[in-house]
Design a protein around this ligand. Structure first.
Ligand code: SAT
Ligand code: MN
Length: 591
């Protein structure tokens, strides 16, 4: 039985949207079986081969609905200043005046689905409940993989004794008109309103909208952190476990790093890697004063292209069964293909539904095509991934795509310095959001599209959390797998070999690991990150760890301008960190 607050909201929405019927999702196998059958019958889904992809389906989106739409995403805080300069803002009343009427009668002829879902493991004090109302069965199918759906969420509301304590998410497919597309967040109402898109980050409201944008507001208020981070565990040959969290922008390899397969030599020595999460971390202080992380999600929403048995066998195994594929290519035998999976098939149907052959100029799969897969199916999922207490985090890693300037890895001197490094992160844009592919942009803590309040207040929150945690805070690092030479070739092999960098990080956290000081922070020695074992040309090795004074002075100049753009709210220590970087670079250039 739904509680009163919930029933009342559902009744209100039904009265406005006028669906033919209302279906409360229980998350059962029977329910999803019927929904999938219905979607196969009406052409929304194609059932994939039962042997090769049991329980799995294929979908194509509208061709203009393939990624997040940052220019149509709004934070409707009470004042523009609360939303800050990096978010689109509209006053709540004004935005309601624009979007509310879009929902009038929008579900006529459709079924309205009510999805109770839990973000985080059952019984965790960190977990939170959301209710998504949608008229898209495709969204229901995705949410069932990405979240813990049904009674488990209702139970959690009752366990807390706070029946109205849920985030409301109202989604409608509308008519998929991009002009009517709005992704709106109302932090003061705990409300998300999403219209006219069925794409992941726009429509699966538990993910970016709740677990990052609204959760970041709650986290600041309640003294914890909601971050765009993967979480992984590393076990060394002595059996000691170290957990790290890493913030990279969308489509920069979080899923690959989270499921990394160590090189043979590491496996033989007794190292192992396990996955807790691949996209979002909620971090909170434990009783021992350390930061603990949970993965609020229940599935992976991974980028398909480039995923293969060589690059990420664990991701492939995760999406073999009970998964949903969107905007990849469909093969005649009802299996799927995408660029980078294996040799191209002789023929396929591309993501637009057209016949495709390897001669075609356009890719068969959209660059932001996705698999939605249950996390529990990942071969390297951690036994701790549903631990209600979370896992203690020893290191936080920032990273982005930078073809130049930024070395393979370096370590911050302190939490404050680490906050500065995160705040000034830049990365080349990917296909995960519409527009500007390859353009270099600032993406602080990989949260640019996901921070639900003023970015400078968010940085202050990082600094405040650091004050509170003191010496028990994780060490902070920055990595860049994407540096290229003058001809455009990658300098670093990446993937499994990133284990060398992770090992250095584990060593550093444990008080070891060879390092040298530089103006930007601690750099590893070439030997400490396996350049010899990898047989890297010493010139390449040098380029990977190079801190070019001229390039970095230009970088620091540009950062000074960027930081100044935040005005009065900019924490002064961040400007001081930048000044100190400039001074150290100048001193090193002089010497
Ligand atoms: O579509 S999502 O926003 O969920 C994926 C991403 O861009 O990180
Ligand atoms: Mn993401």
């Amino acid at each position: 039985m739904p509680n009163q607050a919930l029933q009342q909201w559902v009744d209100e929405v039904a009265a406005q949207t006028t669906p033919d019927s209302v279906h409360w999702c229980d998350g059962s196998d029977e329910e999803i079986g019927l929904l999938n059958d219905m979607m196969v019958d009406d052409g929304t889904l194609v059932r994939l081969d039962g042997d090769k992809h049991p329980g799995s389906y294929y979908a194509r989106s509208d061709i203009n609905d393939v990624a997040r739409v940052e220019d149509r995403t709004f934070i409707c805080a009470a004042t523009e200043d609360e939303a800050g300069p990096t978010n689109n803002w509209m006053a709540p009343a004004e935005m309601h005046a624009v979007v509310d009427s879009l929902y009038d009668g929008c579900m006529a002829g459709r079924t309205m689905y009510v999805i109770p879902y839990l973000m985080g493991p059952p019984g965790s004090p960190m977990s939170k409940v959301g209710i998504e109302i949608t008229d898209s069965p495709y969204v229901v199918a995705n949410m069932r993989i990405m979240t813990r759906m049904g009674q488990v969420a209702i139970d959690e509301l009752e366990r807390d004794g706070q029946e109205g304590d849920f985030v409301k998410g109202l989604h409608s497919t509308g008519n998929l008109d991009p002009e009517q597309r709005y992704i709106c967040h109302f932090p003061d109402e705990n409300l998300i309103m999403s219209f006219s898109s069925n794409y992941g980050g726009n429509a699966l409201l538990g993910k970016k909208c709740f677990a990052l944008r609204l959760a970041s507001v709650l986290a600041r208020r309640e003294g914890w952190m909601a971050e765009h981070m993967l979480i992984l565990g590393l076990t060394d040959p002595e059996g000691t476990k170290t957990y790290v969290a890493a913030a990279f922008p969308s489509a920069c390899g979080k899923t690959n790093l989270a499921m990394l397969v160590p090189p043979e030599s590491f496996l033989e020595a007794g190292w192992s890697v396990e996955t807790i999460g691949d996209d979002i971390a909620w971090l909170k202080f434990g009783e021992d004063g350390r930061l603990y992380a949970i993965n609020p999600e229940y599935g992976f929403f991974g980028v398909a292209p480039g995923t293969s048995d060589e690059t990420n066998p664990n991701a492939l195994a995760s999406c073999r069964a009970n998964s949903l594929f969107t905007n990849v290519a469909l093969l005649p035998d009802n299996t799927v293909w995408w660029e980078g999976l294996c040799d191209p098939p002789a023929e396929a149907t591309d993501w637009k539904g057209n016949p495709w052959t390897p001669d075609a100029e356009a890719p068969a799969a959209h660059p932001n095509s996705r698999f939605t897969a249950p996390a529990g199916q990942c071969p390297c999922i951690s036994p701790d991934w549903e631990s209600p207490a979370g896992v203690p985090i020893s290191a936080i890693i920032f990273g982005g795509r930078r073809s130049s300037t930024t070395p393979l890895v370096y370590q911050a001197r302190s939490w404050q310095h680490g906050t500065y490094i995160g705040a000034t992160m830049t990365s080349e844009k990917t296909a995960a959001a519409v527009g500007g592919l390859g353009e270099l942009r600032h993406d602080p803590m990989a949260m640019l599209p996901f921070c639900g309040y003023h970015m400078a207040d968010y940085w202050q929150h990082w600094l405040d959390v650091g004050e509170r945690g003191g010496a028990k805070m994780p060490d902070v690092f920055h990595v860049n797998w994407f540096r290229r030479d003058a001809e455009g070739n990658w300098l670093w092999p990446g993937f499994g070999e990133n284990m060398w960098v992770l090992k250095w990080i584990v060593d550093r956290v444990g008080g070891g690991g060879e390092a040298v000081e530089s103006p930007i922070g601690w750099l590893p020695t070439a030997a400490a990150v396996g350049f010899d074992e990898l047989g890297l040309d010493p010139i390449v090795g040098e380029a990977l760890l190079e801190v070019n004074v001229e390039d970095w002075l230009a970088e620091a100049n540009e950062r000074a301008e960027y930081l100044a753009g935040f005005g009065e709210k900019l924490p002064t220590v961040l400007a001081e960190e930048n000044d100190s970087l400039t001074a150290q670079l100048q001193a090193s250039g002089d010497s």
